[in-house]
Design a protein around this ligand. Structure first.
Ligand code: FHN
Length: 559
């Protein structure tokens, strides 16, 4: 994915602070309290006479953001309750014209700028206060949209350079709300502001969603992991406890370790984590939140180089143990759990006691020449050998005590690492078993085998939900013959599979061969492909008896 400048700036930041604060904070029962408790508009609106934010300290919040290792702040300028935390010529329902007498958006924007932090106002499309928020009534709805876009212009004009605008929701409200129009207004005034639900996608509540959208402005879809092979730009929002706005009864805080794991999970898949705190009614940040943020910041002091400014490699074959990120002349291999490296241990033995010698870890897809390998936080260079795109690193077993560590690979020149298969010199593309990313939604996956001659194949394909995905990078347009090299003993033949190359799909029935090791090259069909990335996916439709078939390769041969 090639990013615009706004997207690249956003993607480099990786970790931000989300702040939900407003009239609802006074009641301490979350930001939906007006709606959930059906509070009359006037009764709820009267809260503005007691909402003073006397302890709101934008400078202190900015300092805490920096100490937490966060690089931007997303601040609720106006939530669904319609109350504005900024000065507006379009309404008096603001903190400036109420007891507080302050423009909190201006204070937060200025503090962020002083500390080199991005600043992105959150701005709600819903409004439970505005009389014209009535999508069913076109004239009123148009008046409301004029108000909405008028305030978007105020936010994009009066508060200096913005790193983004976070619209919530980003669409799906009213007959003709057009997120594209809103994004264009923002970009006309703030060309380097990333616009949520346009320039990037928001998945809430951590990596469960980890979503991507089918197109700009529409809902976040639960991503098919296979879809995730090619990174999309997204942001996952998570609460530090379980509430966005201050909730006095919510003591369910996430630990610093959990937050770090969320951050690695999101960044490792190419996204940003926006972690939310809900300040108290007086505007102060509670100690529980502040202490966790500082602990995460301490971890980032030693590991942040593998996070900030990186891009993710999503192909699971590159680093079978965890995530891979890269930037400039660095590749980072995350090793969250060392137990697979420890090999078989005596029953009940402590895997990390009495470790000596070295353990070999293997990565693939490394296209740059490697100059040095070390572990973040440990200066000593580790032994390694590079063979083509394979990189084998010898890790001293005592190092494994760290349990959760990140390897830094220093490359000669720009780091190039990916899971893409490239054409051979004659233009043909051979997709080998070891470069298939296997995805299943139930336990049991087909796996790599070696036959008697040591040739690899994908076998034991019994799981009907399994799919094998390759990413190929084509250099030139051509007509390709698509060939599946397959073997299947007679008693298991007859299964049906689907093969997808780019946008072209075939279905074929598995033919019997003399044995499960006797391969035939089956011409599935022809396809014309343009230069660039092409995704090849093989999915079983019917597995007749036992297993689908053994696959030694899929080849795209120029005609
Ligand atoms: O309704 C809002 C909610 O109050 C909160 O602001 C979250 C933050 O991502 N967004 C909406 C719920 O999806």
């Amino acid at each position: 994915m090639s990013y615009t400048r706004a997207q690249a700036l956003f993607a480099d930041r990786k970790f931000g602070l989300f702040i939900h604060w407003g009239l609802y904070s006074v009641l301490g029962r979350g930001e939906w309290v007006m709606h959930n408790e059906k509070l009359p508009v006037e009764e709820y609106g009267a809260l503005r006479h007691q909402f003073k934010g006397e302890k709101f300290d934008a400078e202190g919040i900015a300092r805490l953001t920096v100490e937490a290792g966060m690089r931007y702040v997303c601040f609720t300028s106006r939530h669904h309750d319609g109350f504005c935390l900024f000065d507006s010529a379009l309404t008096d329902y603001t903190t400036v014209r109420s007891a507080a007498g302050r423009d909190f958006v201006a204070e937060m924007a200025e503090a962020c700028r002083r500390h080199g932090l991005g600043f992105a106002p959150y701005y709600s499309l819903w409004d439970w206060y505005h009389a014209d928020f009535c999508p069913e009534d076109p004239p009123r709805w148009q008046r409301y949209l004029d108000y909405y876009h008028g305030q978007v212009r105020e936010l994009c004009t009066n508060y200096g350079p913005l790193s983004g605008m976070w619209f919530d929701p980003g669409g799906g409200v009213g007959p003709d709300y057009d997120m594209k129009q809103t994004a264009e207004i923002v970009h006309s005034l703030q060309p380097e502001a990333a616009v949520m639900s346009w320039d990037y996608w928001v998945g809430e509540h951590t990596f469960k969603t980890m979503g991507r959208s089918d197109e700009a402005g529409r809902g976040i879809l639960r991503s098919d992991p296979a879809e995730d092979l090619q990174p999309v730009l997204f942001e996952v929002c998570e609460t530090i406890n379980n509430s966005w706005g201050y909730n006095a009864s919510d003591r369910n805080y996430k630990s610093a370790q959990q937050i770090i794991r969320y951050l690695v999970d999101v960044v490792g898949r190419g996204g940003n984590l926006l972690l939310n705190v809900g300040p108290l009614p007086d505007g102060s940040i509670d100690q529980e939140s502040a202490s966790r943020l500082k602990a995460v910041g301490t971890w980032l002091e030693e590991n942040g180089e593998a996070i900030y400014g990186t891009r993710a490699v999503l192909h699971p074959r590159v680093n079978p143990l965890g995530y891979t990120t890269y930037r400039e002349d660095r590749i980072y291999f995350f090793i969250p759990d060392v137990t697979p490296l420890l090999g078989r241990m005596a029953e009940g033995a402590d895997p990390l006691e009495g470790l000596e010698g070295k353990t070999k870890v293997e990565f693939d897809g490394v296209r740059s020449r490697v100059e040095q390998v070390s572990a973040l936080g440990k200066p000593e260079a580790l032994e390694f050998e590079q063979e083509g795109t394979r990189l084998r690193v010898q890790i001293p077993r005592p190092v494994l005590r760290w349990r959760n560590f990140i390897l830094r690979v220093e490359t000669e020149g720009k780091a190039e690492v990916d899971g893409d298969v490239r054409p051979a010199a004659d233009g043909s593309l051979v997709l080998p078993p070891e470069w298939a990313a296997i995805f299943t939604s139930t336990p049991g996956a087909p796996r790599d085998h070696r036959d008697a001659e040591g040739v690899k194949y994908i076998g034991s394909w019994r799981n009907p939900t399994a799919k094998a995905v390759w990413l190929a990078r084509l250099e030139r347009e051509a007509e390709y013959q698509v060939v599946v090299e397959q073997a299947c003993e007679a008693r298991a033949a007859g299964s049906v599979y689907e093969l997808r190359v780019g946008d072209t799909v075939w279905q074929d029935t598995v033919r019997p061969t003399l044995s499960a090791a006797d391969y035939v090259a089956v011409n599935v069909g022809c396809v014309r492909l343009k230069p660039g990335m092409v995704r090849v996916q093989l999915t079983p439709l019917v597995i007749r008896a036992g297993a689908l078939m053994n696959i030694r390769s899929i080849r795209l041969v120029p005609k």
